[in-house]
Design a protein around this ligand. Structure first.
Ligand code: CA
Length: 730
């Protein structure tokens, strides 16, 4: 195949099985509230204090800044006139190469921020001095249950305690002063691949937490626990019981009334849970006293395998669900992607606001979301009634638009009706993933970390091995070329992009956007000095004019940025804080986006203030020698087997095209790939299981394992022949 025709083939299949591969303010708040000193203590943070968060902008009390999760701060000491004077106040090492996704919480002069592995750091918010660190010691075995790296999005602070959802399924309350565990409760069945990555929310004395695992096979739910004791208050399952029986939980009535009939009686959902995991957004609407839950994708993704006999919508997959804050009883739902087939979660940021969408322009309380499926929705917060929706992903292939009820008008081919599969835009990583969007009541605009990603979805080959990790019901090798010419990696990079999108939720139109070279950029912060802050995967952290998108200031922070910033004020000075780090689903399975492996110490907390004169530490360069460690081997059949088995079993952690970003080892350059015995011990006997590399002996034969090694070495030499790597020195 010539270079050109190979690229055309790749264009057609548009790669890449990859990253499967993410107001009007609270009505009780008056405008123009003045900033006060940081008088609020962690002990004094309660529901009333969080309801009043807009009036205490000197602290950052909860994940989204306030219960409505607008991520808009009424601070303006840092503004468009002086933004050029913004500099580094302090930095703090998170000492990790894994993904960092936390929003720093700040109260009483203390910052509570999490790193990978659910480690909590309490820091002096003015100086960065460490006060305490709590490591819940997540095991490597539990780490392997994650779809998307061992990340965590932050803590909740309430009544003197700090709450952490631990990756392995624990919910823990720590003493805010000491970091000592006050109570710890297991929220999941450990025999199943549940994980927790979300920041807990605390409402009226109850801690709310969901879970993840939809790629591996679990049944989603949200649980409320007594904040003082950890005792369970209520639980709501987002998909039916596999036997369609009552669970004895808050969801029983509505599942029986509405949801059970939207599922058939057999298929993957019965054995593996069906998905619907609430792994991110859980938001309190105090006006309607509702908890709004963003519900995740179906499990497995492929609805033909998940629910082969049913034709229903599979409630409540990919829905926004409203339940009573005290009892968990169902109130309403809006399903963004009926009978999800594409990993189109509706877990993305849920923002509450008052917009002029009532009769004659009267104020109406609304719910806004830009889920993975590429549509921006505005719903009535009291009833869930669909008000409006529009494509924010203009390249969308899966649907042509929304009908009058907000139901997508699908492209029939999107149900994978041909053997070639379907080129999905958005890809399963979404037109917007978990990276928090923000809303400024000043401009009336929503700021979305949007992205365009493309992926070929193809039904599973019949000989697929039951995967220990991802069970999504698709051929994960679809669109990935076993061999490829020079220039391919650059081409792949060019097929994905991101942007900072300013969206008017009233007119449902883009107002401005700023193009970014890569997808999966950081979450957003807005302030009432007309600023929008966002970091990017390339390490540039920048401030933009909120009205025009003009870039006003930027700084390289020497690490990718995925998390959203927060802001606070101490002793009359305003600070902007962001946690940096690599990792996450994108970095883990799309190493092709980075030429160099990530450094082991790349994650930091970086805090800025006017006149700050600090510097962000340079990262330690990787000393990995990018060259094959042994000669290539294997005949055509062995290499073909290795290619398929690699993509089924290894790709989601070690990278498409066997290119890793360094979060996990790049197998092509690993000494282990040169040693047949050592390789076999790791893959089959699990000698590295403490580091999260579990034994694959139940999934793979020794023959499979050796074929994967042959494929890995073949890919190493392919890189040499393409000029992407060096020949061994000797
Ligand atoms: Ca998912």
């Amino acid at each position: 195949m010539t270079h050109k025709s190979a690229l055309t083939t790749i264009t057609q299949s548009l790669l890449i099985s990859s990253a499967l591969t993410l107001a009007a303010c609270g009505s009780n708040v008056e405008d123009g509230a003045s900033s006060k000193p940081q008088a609020l203590t962690a002990q004094a943070v309660d529901t009333a204090a969080i309801l009043n968060a807009k009036n205490t902008p000197e602290v950052w009390l909860t994940y989204g800044g306030s219960y409505d999760e607008q991520r808009h701060a009424r601070l303006s000491k840092i503004n468009t006139d002086n933004i050029s004077e913004l500099g580094v106040a302090w930095t703090y090492p998170l000492a990790t190469s894994r993904g960092v996704e936390a929003t720093p919480i700040v109260v009483d002069g203390v910052m509570y921020v999490t790193s990978a592995w659910s480690v909590v750091h309490a820091l002096n918010a003015k100086t960065g001095e460490e006060i305490w660190v709590y490591d819940p010691e997540v095991s490597g075995e539990d780490a392997a249950k994650g779809c998307c790296d061992v990340i965590n999005r932050g803590v909740a602070v309430y009544s003197g305690k700090v709450y952490i959802g631990v990756f392995d399924g624990r919910l823990e309350a720590l003493d805010a002063k000491t970091g000592k565990v006050v109570w710890s409760t297991l929220t999941v069945d450990k025999s199943k691949p549940y994980t927790i990555t979300a920041a807990p929310r605390v409402v009226k004395g109850k801690v709310l937490i969901g879970n993840g695992g939809g790629e591996l096979g679990v049944r989603g739910y949200v649980t409320a626990y007594d904040a003082a004791t950890g005792e369970k208050a209520w639980r709501f399952y987002t998909v039916p019981n596999p036997d369609k029986k009552a669970d004895g939980e808050a969801s029983d009535a509505i599942l029986a009334e509405l949801a059970n009939e939207t599922w058939g009686d057999k298929g993957g959902w019965v054995t593996d849970g069906g998905g619907g995991t609430a792994w991110d957004s859980i938001v309190y609407d105090e006006v309607n006293d509702s908890i709004l839950i963003g519900v995740g994708n179906g499990s497995p993704w492929n609805a033909k395998i998940r629910d082969p006999e049913g034709k229903g919508d599979n409630l409540f997959l990919s829905s926004i669900l409203a339940v009573d804050a005290d009892t968990g009883a169902y109130k309403w739902h809006f399903q963004t992607t009926p009978r999800d087939q594409w990993d189109y979660t509706a877990t993305q940021t849920i923002i509450l606001a008052n917009l002029p969408l009532g009769e004659d322009g009267a104020v109406r309380r609304v719910v806004m979301q830009a889920p993975k499926n590429g549509f921006f929705y505005v719903l009535d917060a009291a009833t869930g009634e669909y008000i409006s929706g529009e494509k924010f992903e203009k390249n969308m292939t899966w649907a042509t638009g929304l009908d009058d009820n907000g139901r997508p008008i699908e492209n029939p081919a999107a149900r994978i009706t041909s053997g070639e599969g379907f080129i999905a835009i958005p890809a399963p990583s979404g037109a917007h993933n978990w990276h928090p969007m923000a809303f400024s009541p000043d401009t009336g605009l929503v700021y979305i970390p949007a992205q365009t990603l493309v992926q070929q979805l193809q039904d599973e080959p019949e000989n697929v091995t039951k995967n220990m990790k991802w069970n999504v019901g698709y051929n994960l090798a679809a669109g990935i070329p076993p061999s490829y010419p020079k220039g391919t990696i650059d081409f792949i990079k060019s097929t994905a992009s991101g942007k900072l999108l300013a969206w008017d939720p009233v007119t449902q139109k883009e107002v401005w956007s700023v193009d970014h070279e890569t997808p999966m950029n950081g979450g957003i912060l807005t302030t009432n000095s007309n600023l929008v802050f966002q970091g990017k995967t390339d390490g540039v952290f920048a401030a933009y004019n909120a009205s025009t998108g003009e870039k006003l200031w930027s700084q390289q922070v020497n690490s990718g940025v995925q998390a959203a910033p927060s802001t606070f004020e101490i002793d009359g000075e305003q600070y902007i804080a962001v946690a940096t780090g690599w990792g996450g689903s994108w970095a883990v399975n799309l190493g092709v986006y980075w030429d160099e492996a990530v450094a082991p110490d790349v994650g930091h907390v970086v805090v800025f203030k006017l006149g700050g004169e600090g510097a962000v530490p340079e990262f330690t360069p990787s000393n990995i020698e990018r060259s094959p460690k042994t000669a290539s081997f294997g005949n055509e059949a062995q290499l073909a087997l290795g290619f398929q088995r690699y993509n089924d079993n290894c790709m989601v952690c070690h990278g498409a095209l066997v290119v890793a970003s360094g979060v996990t080892p790049d197998l092509r350059w690993s000494q282990m790939s040169a040693d047949k015995l050592l390789w076999n011990e790791i893959v089959m006997d699990g000698t590295l299981s403490e580091r999260g590399m579990l034994s694959f002996k139940n999934q793979l034969s020794v023959e499979d394992s050796e074929a994967i090694r042959a494929h890995v070495i073949d890919q190493a030499w392919l890189a040499v022949n393409n000029g992407d790597a060096k020949s061994p020195a000797n």
